[in-house]
Design a protein around this ligand. Structure first.
Ligand code: FMN
Length: 321
């Protein structure tokens, strides 16, 4: 029997999982337009953070992560798809067209989709145990599959430069008009379905080595520590940023499968001067840096609560038939 219809319940389940993707300040800056055999990903510019993310890099990276989560989730439901990035250059916020191919089962590793519901951004200090080099190599491979480079930040000098860049970026941003208001709007809440809730934030991010972003006040008591890798791409256009987000998602889900905790850090790339410093001093001037990624072993204790997400219907629209 040839099946030529796409099961819309599978599409909906896949979209539910896609929206578990990480996003800058949990802004969830995406919209989905659904056709009978296609899903279109648009940036939701009403959810852009113009002071923190003046270039829109974090927004595009977040949408890339959602795109990768979607393809993983579609594969887990047995749906094969093809992705076209920026399918309509005249419409800059149309980030991707995902064509669904009914009747053709996708080969999927169910463990990757399973990792979606277990992954958290973990801002706590990780244990001192080393991450095995074989694991690091696997994470580097996952990034490479999406055309990105994950370069471990090793050595005291590179690490010190990264920490200094993060701190300099924080000082620069905190002097910007509107930064504190934007941060307060998107973090520290106790209720609501977007933003970073207090339950997932450190009480005192300035303790430890001060690389954690100063959000609104949080409830988690351990300081952050450790910087592990820089994620970079060959170019810095929107497609590269989307691909960086896809690579980020692939790396984070694989890290989760390996039992590792993780945290993306974007602050030094939101400020032109610190971004240039990291590009030259830490990445040898050869890559366009997109994110720093901390990876390590989580401390013992209860798992972190998931951050909330908007109701799916808030972000989907159907194409008129
Ligand atoms: C592009 C991007 C940039 C981010 N930057 C930071 C950051 O600088 N500091 C931080 O603690 N978390 C950062 N995050 C993590 C988000 O805050 C997190 O994904 C969001 O709150 C949802 O939580 P979850 O990842 O636990 O689902 C970033 C995530 C993305 C996708």
């Amino acid at each position: 029997m040839i099946v030529d219809r796409v099961d819309q319940r599978s599409v909906r389940s896949a979209l539910e999982l896609a929206t578990r993707a990480p996003s800058i300040h949990n802004s969830q800056p995406w919209r989905w337009l659904l056709g009978l055999r296609s899903i279109h990903l648009f940036a939701d510019l009403r959810r852009w953070l113009p002071v923190t993310d003046a270039d829109g890099r974090d927004l595009a990276v977040s949408c890339g992560a959602a795109l990768h989560h979607l393809t993983v989730a579609l594969a887990a439901t047995g749906l094969r798809c093809t992705v076209r990035r920026l399918p309509n250059p005249a419409v800059g916020d149309h980030f991707a067209a995902v064509e669904l191919h009914p009747g053709v089962g996708a080969e999927a590793d169910p463990g990757v989709a399973g990792a979606i519901v277990h992954r958290r951004t973990d801002r706590r200090r990780y244990l001192d145990w080393e991450v095995p080099t074989a694991f690091v190599a696997e994470l580097i491979d996952r990034a490479a599959e999406y055309g990105a480079v994950l370069r471990p930040i090793t050595g005291a000098a590179a690490r010190a430069q990264t920490v200094a860049a993060i701190q300099a970026a924080a000082r620069e941003q905190e002097s910007r008009t509107g930064y504190h208001t934007e941060t307060a709007l998107w973090s520290g809440g106790r209720t609501g379905d977007d933003g970073v809730p207090a339950a997932n934030l450190l009480v005192d991010p300035s303790s430890g080595d001060s690389i954690a972003r100063r959000f609104s006040e949080g409830l988690v008591t351990q300081p952050a520590e450790g910087t592990d890798g820089a994620l970079g791409t060959a170019s810095d256009d929107t497609v590269s940023q989307l691909r960086a987000g896809e690579a980020l998602s692939a790396v984070l889900l694989h890290a989760t499968q390996l039992g590792l905790a993780s945290c993306p850090l974007s602050q030094p790339f939101e400020v032109a001067s610190t971004r240039a410093t990291l590009r030259e001093e830490v990445l040898g001037g050869t890559l366009s840096p997109q994110l720093v990624l901390r990876v390590g072993w989580a401390p013992a204790g209860p798992p972190l609560p998931p951050t909330p997400r908007r109701a799916l219907d808030d972000s989907i629209e159907r194409m008129p038939r």
